[in-house]
Design a protein around this ligand. Structure first.
Ligand SMILES: [Zn+2]
Length: 398
C-alpha cells in the first residue's frame, strides 16, 4: 500500500474512532477496539492523535472485574467550536457551539425588512463579528452551518423561495464561497431542527421519525432509517402543503385548502378574528394569543385550536401509516405555547393509525426549544467533519 493510501486509511479510522466516542461516550479503549474492529495498537495510536488535537479527554474510570480499571474517554467540549446561523424572516440567530453541541454564546439580530441583498450583507456582518469573537476567545473554529426558512435546494446551496427573506433562486452557496472561501453546511431550518431533536433531543435513539414544526408555517423534517431524508430534490417534508380542505382558504403556495392555510399561527389568528368579530381588539391577535386563550378555556379559541390540531394530527397520522414511523415529534413556536393543540394532534393521530401501529409510535413534544435549528446545523457540521475522511486539517480555518 502506498503512503497516500496509508494516510487515507488512517484518517478513515481516526474519523471512525472519534465518531464512536461522540456517540457512545464515556467509552473505554477496550470498548472502542470491540466496537470498531480495529486492533488495540491502532486504537491506541489514534487515541493519542485525538488527544494531541485536543478533541477528546479522559473522564474517569470504568468498573473492572479485576486488574486495572480502564480509563474512559469522551469528547473534549472545548476541543473546537462551530458557528451556527438560523436565518428567519424576522430574526437572525447566531450561536457558537462547542464540540458537544452546547450553545456557548448566542446573539439575535433583526432581519433587514427590505430583504434581498441586505439580508446577505447582514449575514456577512454577523458571521464576521462572530468569527472575531471566537478569535478573541482563542476558540478554534471547526465548521460553520446555516439553516434558513423557505424552500431550499441544499445540495446546490440555492434558496429557491424564501418570501420573508426576499430571496428567490438565491445562490447562497456560491455567494458564501466567494465571500468566505468555503461553503458552510446549508440546510432547511425544519430539517436542521429535526436532526437536532434526533441527535440530542426528543427522538434520540429512534430510527424513523417525523418532526413537525408549527409556527408561521408548517413543515416537517424526516429521519428515515437513522438518516435525514431530504427527497430527490431536497424538498421532502412539505407537510404544510398537503390539501386538507378542498376549496379551502388560499395558501401562500397558490393552492387552496393546504394544512398551513388552516392550522399555522397566522391561520389560527385569521380564523379567530373572523369568528369573534365583536371582540374589541381582536385584530391585534396572533397565533400564540389564540393558543394562550385556548389554554385559558376560551370557548372560541379552544374550538379553533382543537380543529387545527385535528387537521395536523390527521395528516401526520396518515404519514405515519405510510412510513411506519416510530416517533412523532411536535415542535415550533406555536406548539410551544400550549397543550390544547398537542392533545388534539395526539388524539387524531391515534384515531387514524392502523390498529397494529397504534401501540408503536411515541408522540412527544420537541425538547430543544428555539435553539434547535442552531444545534441541528452544528451537528450537521460535525457530521460533515466525520464524513470528510481527512481530519488532517482539523486545525480549523479561523
Ligand atoms: Zn400551500
Amino acid at each position: 500500500m502506498n503512503t497516500a493510501n496509508h494516510r487515507l486509511l488512517r484518517d478513515i479510522n481516526l474519523s471512525l474512532v472519534l465518531q464512536m466516542i461522540q456517540e457512545q461516550a464515556p467509552i473505554s479503549q477496550r470498548d472502542l477496539v470491540q466496537h470498531t474492529g480495529l486492533s488495540p495498537s491502532t486504537v491506541f495510536t489514534l487515541i493519542n492523535q485525538l488527544h494531541a488535537s485536543d478533541l477528546i479527554r479522559e473522564c474517569g474510570y470504568a468498573t473492572s472485574s479485576g486488574g486495572r480499571r480502564p480509563k474512559l474517554l469522551e469528547m473534549n467540549p472545548e476541543g473546537g467550536y462551530f458557528i451556527s446561523v438560523d436565518l428567519g424572516g424576522t430574526k437572525i440567530s447566531v450561536g457558537v457551539l462547542d464540540l458537544v453541541m452546547h450553545v456557548r454564546q448566542q446573539w439575535v439580530y433583526s432581519t433587514p425588512p427590505e430583504g434581498g441583498e441586505s439580508v446577505f450583507q447582514k449575514l456577512m456582518e454577523v458571521i464576521s463579528d462572530t468569527r472575531q469573537y471566537c478569535e478573541d476567545q482563542a476558540w478554534k473554529i471547526l465548521g460553520m452551518g446555516i439553516c434558513t426558512s423557505g424552500i431550499v435546494d441544499c445540495l446546490n446551496g440555492v434558496v429557491i423561495e424564501a418570501d420573508n427573506l426576499g430571496w428567490h433562486d438565491f445562490p447562497l452557496a456560491e455567494r458564501l464561497k466567494a465571500a468566505l472561501g468555503f461553503v458552510p453546511v446549508i440546510e432547511h431550518d425544519t430539517n436542521a431542527a429535526a436532526y437536532a431533536e434526533f441527535v440530542y433531543g426528543a427522538s434520540r435513539g429512534q430510527s424513523n421519525v417525523v418532526y413537525v414544526s408549527i409556527g408561521t408555517g408548517i413543515g416537517a423534517g424526516l429521519i428515515l432509517n437513522g438518516r435525514l431524508f431530504t427527497g430527490s430534490n431536497d424538498m421532502a417534508g412539505e407537510i404544510g402543503h398537503v390539501t386538507v380542505e378542498h376549496g379551502g382558504p388560499m395558501c401562500r403556495c397558490g393552492k387552496r385548502g393546504c394544512l398551513e392555510a388552516i392550522a399555522s399561527g397566522p391561520a389560527l389568528a385569521r380564523t379567530y378574528v373572523q369568528r369573534s368579530r365583536a371582540t374589541p381588539g381582536a385584530d391585534g391577535v396572533d397565533g400564540k394569543t389564540v393558543i394562550a386563550l385556548a389554554e385559558q378555556k376560551d370557548a372560541v379559541s379552544c374550538e379553533i385550536v382543537t380543529d387545527a390540531g385535528k387537521k395536523i394530527g390527521h395528516t401526520v397520522g396518515n404519514l405515519t401509516n405510510v412510513l411506519n414511523l416510530d416517533t412523532i415529534v411536535i415542535g415550533g413556536g406555536v406548539m410551544a405555547a400550549g397543550d390544547v393543540m398537542f392533545s388534539a394532534i395526539k388524539e387524531e393521530i391515534l384515531s387514524v393509525l392502523l390498529p397494529r401501529m397504534r401501540d408503536k409510535p411515541h408522540i412527544v413534544k420537541a425538547s430543544l426549544g428555539p435553539s434547535a435549528g442552531l444545534v441541528g446545523v452544528g451537528a450537521l457540521s460535525l457530521a460533515r467533519m466525520f464524513n470528510a475522511v481527512s481530519l488532517s486539517d482539523v486545525g480549523g480555518w479561523s
